[in-house]
Ligand binder design. Structure first.
Ligand code: C2O
Length: 537
């Protein structure tokens, strides 16, 4: 194992897209930010220096950070933000994980521009459990706003309305040739006929689930969220914000120019789809035939829920001797969280009400002291551990919206979990007013997605149908609109771990909480001591 070191300078740079030049926050002046290349077993030290006027913190999305929440990054959850002029060294080991993950700012909406890929190569001498690719490429899917993102958010908060959506999707920071002034902002991937490519695809968008495909080229899914899967072939991928998907693509078509593209998946038809990003999949071979117009991939339509359902059903853990799926078969702690979206009174808002989001009717209030510090140093009054295991009253969750469901409480309330207990959490969507699935992300862990369905979760019938053999293992999972998803994990990583919807809009409205996983009895089952340079609030 080696020590890999990186210097991240957070700074403001002028970047132009869609004929709009504006200052954005970057890492080392790059948009998207630099890729981190490490090997399983490495120790990684990333020194983040903040030169920007915003407070900053960076999250290494999907890295488990065993006993080491200090390196996890979400502002006010595991650390205070890094203030202007200060540095913080994120120092962690990459243990038991290999594949594609990513990093992003974890404060306000700054991850709109502050993000990049993390590539973890398998240990030396351990090949991939699929045909070795000739080459690989990182594909970061993102969004571009012409306006200043933080200003949009602040405006939205004042009006109590959702902020504008972005102006374009991007592929490796570029929207592609169909947008104004964007000919030169087109990502091109060069391929050679007959070769196989590993694409490491990351959805770094703030608020959109995305489809992705390459014209005339099939993709074989081999990994999601840095966990190997049973391979299956598809013409399009569905990928939620926070998720990653590795695919093999063989350049096996007539040499020429093909488009790859990415577009929104949402449960309603989009009147005008003006955000689809494209990039170029370019054969190096000379095209002898008459040049043909590059083809666009045949992506599912933006409201194709059927495709989404069947795609998600195909995702299975590899579950071999070497890569077993250790699904918890018994459950020590049953949690049932309803997802609520609605209006709440807001005296300071222009309209007197604002949109709010909640779990079990609790809209999370960000603390002013980091939860992990409060837990570790036993600072009183920062959070309460009385987050309810289930809603106070059962109701027809997917029936007509209830007023009761819209009356949200506020609080910094989290759930306490005993070390090493096996947890089942059912996430139940409740609101018919919304049209999108919620991609929920758990920090510090992977979990198994043992079941999911449409309508109300039925504890008898649905648990009987759980997949406890080869369910997908991941760190972010979608809860379908008007449906539910059940996950299981073993709480073997002590610390305070954020749990939230990865749609930044909903996180901002309060769709988040945290788990405080207690220390175990063993000397190696306790939270490590914080580093000396841990930022102060
Ligand atoms: Cu990728 Cu808490 O987030």
């Amino acid at each position: 194992a080696a020590i890999k070191t990186y210097q991240f300078d957070v700074q403001v740079n002028n970047v132009s897209r869609l004929c709009h030049a504006k200052p954005i926050v970057t890492v080392n002046g790059r948009f998207p930010g630099p890729t981190i290349y490490v090997r399983e077993g490495d120790r990684v030290q990333i020194n983040v220096t903040n030169h920007a006027q915003y407070n900053m913190s960076i999250h290494w999305h999907g890295l488990k950070q065993y006993r080491n929440g200090w390196a996890d990054g979400p502002a006010y959850i595991t650390q205070c933000p890094i203030q202007k002029g200060n540095s913080y060294l994120y120092d962690f080991n990459v243990t038991g994980q290999r594949g594609t993950l990513w990093w992003h700012a974890h404060i306000l909406w700054l991850r709109a521009t502050v993000y990049g890929a993390i590539v973890i190569m398998p240990q030396q001498g351990k090949p991939f459990p699929f045909p070795q690719p000739d080459k690989e490429e990182v594909i970061l899917l993102g969004e571009w706003w012409n306006a200043d993102v933080e200003a949009i958010v602040n405006e939205g908060n004042k009006l109590g309305l959702p902020p504008n959506t972005s102006d374009a999707h991007t592929i490796n920071g570029k929207p592609g040739p169909f947008f104004p002034c964007s000919e030169k902002h087109t990502f091109t991937m060069e391929v050679e006929q007959g070769k196989t490519y590993l694409l490491r695809i990351i959805n770094a968008a703030l608020n959109d689930e995305l489809f992705f495909g390459i014209a005339d080229h099939d993709m074989t899914v081999v990994e999601i969220d840095a966990v190997y899967t049973k391979p299956f072939t598809t013409t399009a991928l569905l990928i939620g914000p926070g998720q990653t998907t590795n695919v093999l693509v063989r350049a096996n078509q007539v040499p020429g120019t093909y488009f790859m593209s990415t577009r929104t998946f949402i449960d309603v038809p989009i009147p005008v789809d003006n955000k689809t990003a494209t990039a170029i999949f370019q054969y190096k071979e000379k095209v002898i035939n008459i040049p043909f117009l590059p083809k666009l991939p045949n992506l599912p339509s933006s409201n194709d829920s059927k495709f989404a359902l069947s795609y998600n059903r195909k995702l299975r853990s590899l579950n071999t001797l070497q890569y077993p799926a250790n699904v918890p078969l018994n459950v020590d702690r049953n949690l049932f969280y309803t997802i609520g979206l609605g209006m709440n009174s807001c005296p300071s808002c222009v309209n007197g009400t604002r949109l709010t989001a909640s779990l079990n009717n609790i809209s999370f209030v960000m603390p002013e002291t980091a939860l992990l510090e409060a837990h570790f140093f036993k600072i009183k009054g920062v959070f309460r551990t009385d987050f309810p295991d289930k809603p106070s009253t059962a109701f027809n969750y997917t029936g007509a919206p209830l007023t009761a469901n819209l009356a949200t409480m506020k609080g910094t309330r989290i759930s306490k979990i005993a070390f090493n207990s096996s947890v089942e959490l059912v996430l139940q969507d409740t609101n018919l007013l919304t049209v999108e699935s919620h991609p929920f992300h758990l920090h510090g862990y992977n979990f198994f997605v043992v079941g999911s369905g449409i309508g109300n979760f039925d504890p008898k019938k649905d648990t009987a149908n759980y997949n406890l053999v080869d369910p997908p293992e991941r760190n972010t999972v979608g809860v379908p609109t008007g449906g539910w998803t059940a996950i299981r994990f073993r709480a073997d990583n002590p610390g305070v771990w954020f749990f939230h919807c990865h749609l930044e809009l909903h996180t901002g409205w309060g769709l988040k909480t945290a788990f405080v996983v207690e220390d175990g009895a063993g000397a190696d089952q306790t939270i490590l001591s914080p580093p000396k340079d841990l930022p102060k609030c």
